[in-house]
Ligand binder design. Structure first.
Ligand SMILES: [Zn+2]
Length: 174
């Protein structure tokens, strides 16, 4: 057999073949969760966000719904009704099936989804994308509080600092 492994990829151990399964440490526990976190899928914020949720909010076991723009999928009912419907279906499924007591919404500065979605608005002198994101967070907080009366809903806005840190600030009355 000739070696057809592309350069730069892992080669199987000498004399062996690549494994057909991988066993990793993990104890799953019940599906019930501490919270549902809805955030942007941007990988840059994932570690700081995990740190914030665990160390600062005490949320160790949370479900994560990470999509481009986070609450972007739950906003714009008039222009993107199908997106909102799909988003709410996903949220309802998790809240109902995983007995969610709390929803945490997190948006971040310089979000690519918002930049693309509002590209044509950026030149308007009265348009501020950070204000828009915070407005959408607040509106989504209210919509989710309406939809899930027994669920606590808070929102935070994350921003990279000068230096190696990220600050999370509550939006609205979080
Ligand atoms: Zn983003």
């Amino acid at each position: 057999m000739t070696d057809t492994t592309p350069a730069g990829t892992e080669t199987p151990p000498a004399g062996g073949t690549a494994p057909s399964e991988w066993r990793v440490a993990g104890k799953l526990g019940p599906e019930k969760t501490d919270a549902l976190v809805i955030s942007c899928s941007d990988r840059r914020y994932r570690r700081p966000m995990e740190h914030f949720l665990f160390k600062e909010l005490g949320l160790e076991n949370y479900d994560l719904l990470a999509v481009p723009g986070g609450v972007y999928m739950l906003s714009f009912a008039t222009v993107l009704p199908k997106q909102l419907k799909l988003g709410m279906q996903m949220v309802k499924f998790i809240v109902k099936n995983h007995l969610v007591p709390r929803i945490v919404l997190i948006a971040h500065k310089d979000c690519g989804r918002y930049r693309e979605g509002f590209a044509s608005w950026m030149r308007r002198p009265d348009f501020d994308i950070v204000d828009k994101q915070k407005h959408d967070l607040q509106e989504t907080v209210e919509a989710l509080r309406d939809a899930f009366k027994d669920v606590r809903v808070d929102a935070y806005y994350a921003e990279e600092d000068i230096g190696d840190s990220v600050t999370f600030r509550p939006v609205g009355e979080a």
